[in-house]
Design a protein around this ligand. Structure first.
Ligand code: GSH
Length: 124
């Protein structure tokens, strides 16, 4: 039963991800210099996520809309080192989670709404 639920959730997630991919996103346009500056900053940001999670899909759409090159890290696979890292640092395996590296300091940001507000304020 647990296995069937997991399969159902993954299939549903893949369908939502596919629909989201089909729906075009109007991307923020920047000049070449400005985009390079933004790209330099986003090197220090990573999104810990599950492929088919609706909250992650919403966050990824926002990232696409804001035209940001943010690396995604798979935290779904139980063997994933990123999942283990997420749990070690936040005490949870909740996604999406934004890892923001600022020099020696690393901030872990949970909650879709908080992540979206942060990215919009910083790059919108
Ligand atoms: N309130 C959270 C909910 C996120 C959420 O429920 N994520 C699910 C995946 S869709 C999750 O992380 N489940 C695994 C866990 O909580 O350990 C948000 O808005 O980001």
């Amino acid at each position: 039963m647990k296995f069937l639920l997991k399969v159902f959730r993954n299939v549903l997630g893949a369908i939502i991800a596919f629909i989201s991919w089909l729906i075009p996103v109007s991307k923020v346009k920047r000049g070449e210099f400005e985009q390079k500056e933004v790209d330099k900053q986003t090197v220090n940001i990573e999104l810990y996520q599950f492929f088919g999670c609706p909250f992650c899909i919403k966050t990824r759409r926002k990232i696409r809309r804001l035209n940001l090159k943010i690396v995604t890290r798979d935290a779904q696979n139980r063997q994933s080192a990123y999942r283990a890292e997420l749990f070690k640092e936040t005490g949870k395996t909740q996604v999406p989670c934004l890892k923001i590296i600022n020099g020696d300091k690393v901030e872990w940001m949970l909650e879709t709404s908080e992540i979206i507000v942060y990215l919009t304020k910083r790059f919108g």
